[in-house]
Design a protein around this ligand. Structure first.
Ligand code: AVJ
Length: 329
């Protein structure tokens, strides 16, 4: 589409902010219908901070419950991970959940947090260095869900273990989740994946978690347009959009949208377009799983289904998924 000669105005000059991945994807989002953009663009410095605030909201149970599960079972998890493991965390953000494991791991060979947000990763690593001065820390700024090439395993590592908490897997549709897990399984051969996923539950609880009373999730959603105004020089009027999040039960996912509050003209790079009142930009899917559904998916991806931990209310789950293969001696 973007290279289509019929749409010459969509081609951004090299060096223009519109030539960035965000610029190109935003233009494409508005050139197509239904209008949608990948949730990874929420996470500039401001969006990463807003997400950290979401994690502290009373209604947003996933972070709190997952931490409780990790805290209660970290000993068992560390034993399954085993000695001399290289830990690769996908979408590490604040790198705080891994702390629950680090102190219990036997001689971790190194910790490699991968995140798309350089500022969030730098701040997190500075704190980790203070808390774990002897830990070998090798952060990587990358989109670990795109064309991510993992560096070769650390020479002192006996096995490589993935850590993927926070139900970030839920941002993928089922096909993408399967493809990601297949790649992860190949990367982690001989080791395994410790994966946190949010569970299907009463839609009222899901609704509250994505429509918090303090309005932080709304700000997080709207930050996508604020980011475009900052980075791309667009003139989105944030008061003409509102946050909408609901549970789509047949598809087992929470959807987040930015809804146009009125009919409005928009200039998005070289593209002039309109949004009708009520028309939406779909900004995120957050899929929810059943324990059996997740284990079936992981098995199709090549993992062996291992132990699963959950909380008493069965809100959230953490899975140990061994990746068959030879480990190094
Ligand atoms: C980071 C993708 C797991 O889906 O719950 C939080 C992001 N969006 N509130 C989620 C999010 C709105 C979060 N994940």
């Amino acid at each position: 589409m973007l290279n289509d000669p019929a749409f010459p105005t969509l081609a951004a000059a090299a060096g223009s902010p519109w030539a960035s991945a965000f610029g190109r994807d935003l233009m494409e989002a508005f050139a197509r219908r239904p209008r949608r953009i990948a949730p990874k663009y929420f996470y500039d410095a401001q969006g990463s901070r807003l997400f950290e605030r979401i994690c502290e909201l009373p209604e947003y149970y996933p972070t709190r419950v997952e931490r409780a599960i990790l805290g209660a079972h970290a000993g068992e998890m560390a034993a399954l991970i085993g000695p001399d493991a290289e830990i690769v965390e996908f979408g590490a953000g604040a790198c705080d959940k891994v702390r629950l494991l680090l102190s219990l791991l036997e001689r971790p060979a190194c910790y490699r947090p991968v995140d798309i947000c350089a500022s969030a990763l730098e701040a997190a690593c500075a704190q980790l260095r203070q808390a774990y001065p002897t830990l070998r820390l090798e952060p990587l700024v990358a989109d670990c869900f795109g064309d991510f090439e993992a560096p070769p395993a650390h020479p002192q590592a006996r096995r490589r273990v993935g850590f993927f908490p926070g139900s970030t897997l839920g941002n993928f549709n089922p096909d993408e989740a399967l493809a990601f897990l297949r790649r992860a399984c190949a990367l982690l051969r001989g080791g395994g994946l410790l994966l946190g996923v949010d569970l299907v539950k009463d839609p009222a609880l899901l609704h509250a978690a994505y429509n918090d009373s303090a309005g932080v999730t709304a700000q997080f959603n709207l930050n996508l347009l604020a980011r475009a105004n900052r980075e791309l020089g667009t003139a989105f009027d944030l008061s003409r959009f509102f946050h909408h999040a609901y549970y789509n039960a047949p598809l087992q996912r929470v959807e987040m949208h930015l809804v146009s509050a009125c009919r409005q003209r928009l200039a998005v790079g070289g593209l002039a377009c309109e949004m009708d009142e009520g028309e939406t930009l779909h900004t995120e899917n957050s899929y929810k799983y059943t324990i059996d559904g997740l284990r079936a998916l992981a098995t199709r991806a090549g993992f062996a289904p291992g132990p699963v931990w959950t909380d008493p209310d069965r809100l959230f789950s953490v899975h140990w998924l061994p990746a068959p293969g030879l480990e190094r001696q």
